[in-house]
Design a protein around this ligand. Structure first.
Ligand code: UD1
Length: 430
């Protein structure tokens, strides 16, 4: 019965180290399959999703070593199979990066249809459109996406929606295509830039990542590299909002403050103080929180992956707030759980109308997906009394040592496996 047991009410205070970006790591791991030479990747977060990715790489013959917890050494000199259908890979979204990576290098890939959080339809039509534009055939059979090409030839691709996944996937395949590819209306997220930098460090020629036009000159081969992944914007943002809802004082360390600007701006709007230094951001929530409006948007807008966390905070902010989700169509499922903690939130299609309440009260909760699960943890940390959160496997997909990091900031949270452990927690926290 793995769950988190949480006693709320303690302001979070102190410093916390942020790990490597999950969504960059997942694409970069797949990209490491594009050279026969050894690749060393540092600052890889130790998460369920990265483990699944590495497992899938091993399943097709790639050598994977972990010299330490956050360093991965990969050698894809021998790939004995271009079919990635490992059982657990079906559950993660980023499995689709094997399509771009293997298609680029071997001109063929078969990958299980991607899973991931159930937050909307999540089509992959733009990925497919991109591969086809490069000259590949793409078909779906028996739960696999199969793509192959005799030659990949650079092309001019205009994405119909701004998509991180398709931008990165097309970039991967185009890195080893013949001639130039231009991706227009590309996603600008920091992890798009990180993947481009990684590929360039392997000898690719990619320009413009971080703007909405990316130009890729295909190269015939990529070589080994050593690379460190950027810090995780969403892990950092989650701790920043945890500071706000618990009226705490938290410094997130090892971050790139520029990547956190839209998050910092909203925290300031609702009454927090935010101090930036070179590689840290401090959030102090000394005053009562006040309402605001927010709409999720592609980078540099407010990230959809921070939408549940800000909703939790606005639920405790004076006045009426409005949150509009513009990226995914089904991302408010967690609101029912918050309502059971005393929140007053009405959801109408892609908008949540929030009347701030003075407090939440502890409840038995279930994490509906990764980010909403983390947001419910922050709500429980702010709530009066004890909460339990089930289905923490979702949270563990994206947060390394979450309970331990929160404990180091003074939170009363423990992972419990049995009713007895839960009772022990109750007795301990009183
Ligand atoms: C990635 C992230 C996820 C984040 C999201 C938006 C990973 C593994 N996941 O997901 O955490 O919430 O970016 O920042 O990196 N779309 C299409 N057709 C496509 C692809 C996407 O219509 O072919 C739509 C999606 O339904 C969505 C929007 O485009 O409405 C953005 O999706 P995208 O950026 O691709 O998200 P994911 O790659 O699924």
């Amino acid at each position: 019965m793995e769950q988190y047991a949480i006693k709320g009410g303690n302001p979070l205070v102190g410093e916390v180290e942020i790990g490597g970006a999950k969504n960059a790591a997942l694409a970069i791991l797949a990209a490491a399959a594009m050279t026969e030479e050894t690749v060393i990747i540092e600052n890889v977060p130790d998460l369920r999703d990265t483990m699944v990715m590495l497992q899938a790489m091993k399943s097709i013959g790639i050598q994977v070593e972990k010299p330490d917890r956050h360093t991965v050494k990969i050698n894809a000199g021998v790939v004995n199979n271009l079919i990635v259908e490992d059982d657990s890979i079906k559950k993660i979204r980023a499995s689709y990066y094997f399509l771009g990576a293997l298609l680029g290098k071997y001109k063929k890939a078969e990958v299980a249809l991607p899973g991931g959080c159930n937050i909307g339809l999540r089509p992959i039509d733009q990925h497919i459109k991109g591969f086809r534009a490069l000259g590949a055939n793409v078909r779906i059979e028996h739960g696999l996406i199969i793509t192959e090409a005799d030659r990949l030839i650079g092309s001019h691709i205009y994405l119909d929606v701004v998509t991180v996944g398709a931008t990165i996937n097309i970039m991967l395949a185009a890195a080893m295509a013949e001639g130039q590819t231009i991706i227009e209306n590309a996603a600008k997220e920091p992890h798009v830039v990180d993947v481009a930098n990684f590929l360039n460090s392997m000898g690719a020629s990619i320009k413009g990542a971080g703007t909405d036009v990316i130009r890729i000159k295909g190269v015939p081969r990529l070589h080994g590299t050593e690379y460190a992944i950027i810090p995780d914007q969403i892990e950092a943002g989650t701790f920043m909002f945890a500071a706000a809802v618990t009226r705490g004082d938290v410094t997130v360390k090892n971050v790139i403050p520029k990547h956190l600007e839209s998050i910092s701006a909203k925290l300031e709007e609702i009454g927090c103080e935010v101090e930036e230094s070179d590689d840290a951001v401090r959030v102090v929530a000394a005053k009562p929180l006040t309402h605001t409006h927010v709409k999720t948007l592609p980078y540099p807008g407010f990230p959809t992956d921070m939408q549940p966390q800000i909703t939790v905070a606005l639920g405790l902010s004076r006045g009426t707030s409005i949150v509009t989700e513009s990226i995914f169509e089904n991302r408010f499922k967690y609101v029912d759980e918050l309502t059971r903690m005393g929140a007053s939130i009405k959801v109408e299609s892609n908008t949540a109308i929030i009347d701030g309440v003075a407090r939440y009260t502890g409840a038995s909760l279930t994490a509906p997906d990764l980010r909403a699960g983390a947001a419910l943890v922050t709500a429980a940390l702010a709530a009066e009394g004890i909460s339990t959160i089930d289905d923490i496997k979702f949270i563990e997909r994206g947060y390394e040592d979450f309970p331990q990091k929160l404990q180091s900031l003074g939170a009363q949270i423990e992972k419990v496996n049995t009713e007895r452990e839960l009772q022990k927690f109750r007795l301990k926290v009183g």
